[in-house]
Design a protein around this ligand. Structure first.
Ligand SMILES: [Zn+2]
Ligand SMILES: [Zn+2]
Ligand SMILES: [Zn+2]
Length: 538
């Protein structure tokens, strides 16, 4: 549609190299990289180009209308030159390769043919032309860019070919989707590229995180120097290294790590899916610096086992997790894997701090393996289960030898700090409150009601959020105000939010009564008092 001003003679020139129009930069003028632009006429350049970024790349045109226009209105350019009074003689033919449509406009009376070809993918297929027609057809399917976009769309929307079919059906587009094999090939190509780009981005993110860590250490160091003016150069060096949490020549970074796995609910039961992921997010940059994906299944491998083949055909195998293990254990393994990959990668950093949920497995996994430590210290075979206690195997509080839960190899420095994030802590308090509720139900006793559980959880959230400035001891001690306030004990409350304290500070008795209703608090009742109550009632 955008080339309607062109005269017919130049149509032949652009035949075969139809291209997606270049998007313009907001300042006007074609985006960098393009040399010529066919539709930059002088008048157009003077027009304000406020919304040029919105210029559509594709438009939906009714095929019937297009065909009718060509057949009824346009004349064959070749017949025009030869005859004085030519009649319309053009016909339109469409060929579909997936989402791409190649349109041929030909003349019924002469040999004129003009093809409208959609944007093609860069040639990724070396070698001579295919001889088999089905293979040729499949190759043409893989030539067009729009089919790759179709595959990306399926990924983005989280639905397969059937979902894409649905969208196209509603838009009145009837593509020839072809076999699943064609799309699998596209997915394989895209997948490999996505992985490569992802790794590049993650490495860049990691470098950004390292840069910011250094920057913050620099600021902290200059603050420290101000308060310690007598520090020697060696002191400064030591302080700087401790701020950077140096381990050998590696800089320590802090990440927040959390994982999730897909779930699917059918009826009343929900199932854990077979895939999971775990992200490590840099503390300063808030960017993903490490990413783990787990899958318990691989269709190709499973099919090969079913057919009793010795080895499955070569493929990009997603299976990297034991199918017998629980989805929950992916989380713990993910955190350990973050440490291993960052420390052994090319970035020159290691993970010195991990902020994660209160999962004890994750914590216990982020240690050196005791077995490997012993092998290194005493030599493999020089120690056994009988001698390891004497050799200094750690002992738990019950005087039993502790289990070897560490998952980190010896060349990976262990994280120095294991923190728990706010969100998970607050959720933990919520779980505890809800536990009281269900327990109370079982005993048929007065317990917490749902609204009170939510209240405790929400107030805990406010408390954590607004009291970050307190020291650890104070923070822990005063945290009880969330519960004690409910039981009319306001010794730890803050006048900023506690209505009882506010009422006490109020002189006007009317306002006072309005502010605080004494009956809403719970009374703490001891076991003896309960018995007395029962006696009195009985
Ligand atoms: Zn003709
Ligand atoms: Zn496989
Ligand atoms: Zn209070």
């Amino acid at each position: 549609m955008r080339r309607r001003n062109l005269d017919t003679s130049s149509i032949a020139d652009i035949a075969g190299n139809w291209k997606t129009p270049t998007r313009r930069t907001p300042e006007g003028g074609a985006a960098s990289g393009s040399t010529t632009s066919t539709d930059t006429s002088p008048e157009k350049e003077n027009e304000p180009q406020l919304f040029t970024a919105m210029t559509p790349v594709n438009v939906i045109v009714s095929l019937e209308m297009l065909t009718k226009t060509f057949v009824d209105v346009f004349l064959c350019p070749r017949c025009c030159q030869q005859k004085n009074n030519p009649k319309p003689s053009l016909q339109v033919e469409c060929l579909q390769f997936g989402l791409a449509t190649k349109t041929h406009i030909s003349c019924k009376k002469c040999s004129f043919v003009h093809a409208l070809t959609p944007l093609k993918q860069e040639k990724i297929r070396p070698g001579p032309k295919e001889s088999s027609p089905t293979k040729r057809e499949s190759n043409r399917f893989h030539d067009y860019s729009i089919n790759y976009l179709g595959a990306l769309l399926q990924q983005k929307l989280g639905m397969g070919l059937r979902g894409l079919e649905m969208i196209m059906a509603f838009l009145g587009i009837a593509p020839s989707y072809g076999s699943g094999d064609k799309w699998t090939r596209i997915f394989n190509t895209i997948g490999a590229v996505e992985e490569a780009v992802c790794n590049e981005v993650i490495l860049a993110n990691l470098q950004e995180e390292i840069r910011l860590t250094k920057q913050h250490a620099e600021i902290d160091l200059s603050n420290w120097v101000e308060t310690n003016p007598d520090a020697t150069a060696a002191d400064k060096e030591a302080k700087h290294n401790s701020l950077l949490m140096m381990e050998g020549d590696k800089i320590g970074i802090t990440i927040g790590a959390d994982g999730a796995w897909q779930k699917r609910a059918i009826g009343r039961s929900s199932y854990n899916s077979t895939t999971g992921h775990n992200f490590g997010v840099g503390g300063y940059s808030n960017k993903i610096v490490s990413l783990q994906c787990y899958s318990k299944h691989c269709q190709i491998c499973e099919e090969a086992t079913k057919k009793q083949l010795e080895e499955p055909r070569q493929h990009r195998c997603p299976k990297n997790f034991d199918a017998a293990r629980s989805a929950k254990s992916m989380e713990a393994q993910g955190a350990a894997q973050h440490c291993i990959e960052v420390a052994t990668g090319p970035s020159g950093a290691y993970i010195a701090g991990v902020v994660t949920d209160d999962d004890s497995t994750t914590r216990s996994n982020l240690k050196h393996s005791l077995k490997e430590t012993f092998n290194q210290r005493h030599g493999e075979g020089n120690w056994n289960s009988r001698t390891k206690r004497q050799l200094g195997w750690p002992v738990g509080p019950d005087n039993k030898l502790v289990k070897d839960t560490g998952k980190l190899p010896l060349n990976v420095p262990t994280p120095k700090f294991l923190h728990s994030d706010k969100g998970h802590r607050i959720r933990g308090v919520g779980y505890a409150a809800f536990d009281c509720k269900s327990e109370a139900k079982v005993k048929n006793d007065k317990g917490l009601m749902k609204v009170e559980c939510l209240n405790i959880k929400r107030n805990m959230g406010y408390y954590v959020k607004t009291n970050q400035h307190l020291s650890d001891d104070d923070f822990n001690r005063r945290g009880m105000c969330v519960l004690q306030h409910l039981f009319n004990d306001h010794s730890l409350c803050d006048i900023k939010w506690c209505t009882h304290l506010k009422a006490q500070a109020e002189d006007d008795p009317v306002k006072k009564a309005k502010l605080d209703n004494q009956n809403k608090y719970w009374k703490v009742e001891t076991a003896e008092e309960k018995k007395l109550h029962k006696k009195a009632e009985g």
